[in-house]
Design a binder for this molecule. Structure first.
Ligand SMILES: Cc1ncc(COP(=O)(O)O)c(C=O)c1O
Length: 359
């Protein structure tokens, strides 16, 4: 008997089938996910293996990993009672949305931005309001303030992915102080910019900051992120987080990363220098527009069909991100900043693509 039915799903779910997906052809030079192009040195990986080897693998991790949270808090400049740790910042974004969004509530998501925000908001059945980035794709405080009036949540990535734009700290403080909404500031690319909203979280109950170790700290494969909230809000968000969400391997790697953050910072400085070099070179190409970026990637337009340019570059072994399907980005591509030789290969592949794809 065939009595199967899919009616058990929440109403909005069939429309979201597939979730977050990505077309990733095999290319030698991978500049499509804003990862850190430098893997960990072998001796640091070895250090992590050794830390984990002697831990009991048959036991659960600590229920409240107090020492671990304290180390993370000290690293990011927050108080331990403000910090929640998670399996990537995506997990904490999920916990934030589960805690705050439901049908009948509004969330402001400026577009274009990180696609996961809308995906999760749709999953929660919330009403999504798109506002907050002007024609130059810079944050527009007035538009944000207006849109946030009757919203439960406002999500701002600063630096924003994929535009590279940042929110002005004075504007942010004003908006947070005068609003009843929760302001989620996603600082995934903080280290490439340097300005944080963490100080606001000490006094304001309606702001949370998300951080990740996936980018500057080169730990995307191990999945670690954290949230900083007001000490009264943090335990409420904690109710939406699964127990034992961090494994002992990730925790050992994060401790090692924190202890070696100074070494890793040299890479961040190099990436920032390379970002400026690549942007300068791109601006020399006729017809290319590059958006200013404070992150480890650049958004650019070539005056040509982006999918065709993307394909021509893939044929040369260079993978960038085709973001032309994002709202308002019909002409754009995004490139992550890699090692100098990878960036040179990107510039060469783009030059080639611009000769084979008509303007
Ligand atoms: C703005 C933004 N937030 C969060 C993430 C994901 O972070 P994590 O790897 O910690 O889940 C990304 C990844 O690209 C991102 O661009």
């Amino acid at each position: 008997m065939n009595n199967t039915t899919l009616k058990y799903f929440k109403q909005q779910l069939p429309g979201l089938a597939g979730g977050y997906t990505l077309d990733v052809p095999d290319c030698e030079i991978k500049l499509n996910q804003n990862e850190n192009a430098w893997d960990w040195p072998a001796h640091l990986k070895q250090e992590v293996f050794e830390r984990v080897r002697d831990l009991p693998w048959n036991r659960y991790p600590p229920f409240v990993a107090g020492d671990f949270v304290a180390k993370v808090a000290a690293h990011i400049g927050a108080d331990p009672e403000q910090v929640l740790v998670g399996n990537g910042s995506n997990e904490l974004l999920y916990a934030t949305f589960v805690s705050t969004l439901e049908p009948g509530r509004k969330v402001v998501i400026p577009q274009p931005t990180f696609t996961v925000y809308k995906l999760l908001a749709d999953l929660m059945g919330a009403e999504v309001v798109t506002a907050g980035l002007n024609d130059e794709l810079q944050y527009d405080a007035e538009a944000l303030e207006e849109a946030s009036q009757d919203a439960s949540v406002v999500v701002l990535a600063s630096p924003n992915n994929p535009t590279g734009s940042v929110v002005d700290p004075t504007d942010l403080e004003h908006m947070v102080m005068t609003s009843g909404a929760l302001w989620v500031v996603d600082e995934a690319y903080f280290e490439f910019h340097g300005e944080s909203a963490i100080d606001l979280t000490r006094n304001c109950r309606n702001v949370v900051v998300l951080r990740t170790f996936s980018k500057a700290l080169a730990t995307a494969g191990l999945r670690f992120g954290c949230m900083v909230a007001h000490p009264e809000a943090r335990p409420i968000f904690a109710a939406a987080k699964l127990p034992y969400n961090l494994n002992i391997f990730t925790m050992a790697a994060v401790e090692t990363a924190i202890e070696n953050a100074v070494t890793m910072k040299a890479r961040v400085d190099e990436i920032k220098r390379e970002r400026e070099r690549v942007a300068r070179k791109l601006r020399e190409y006729s017809g290319v527009r590059v958006y200013p970026s404070r992150a480890n990637f650049l958004l650019f337009e070539t005056g040509r069909e982006p999918r065709e340019v993307w394909k021509a570059m893939v044929s040369r072994g260079v993978l960038v991100r085709d973001v032309s399907g994002y709202p308002r980005l019909g002409k754009a591509l995004r490139v992550s900043i890699g090692r100098p030789e990878e960036n040179d290969a990107f510039l060469k592949a783009l030059e080639y693509a611009m000769t084979v794809v008509e303007a």
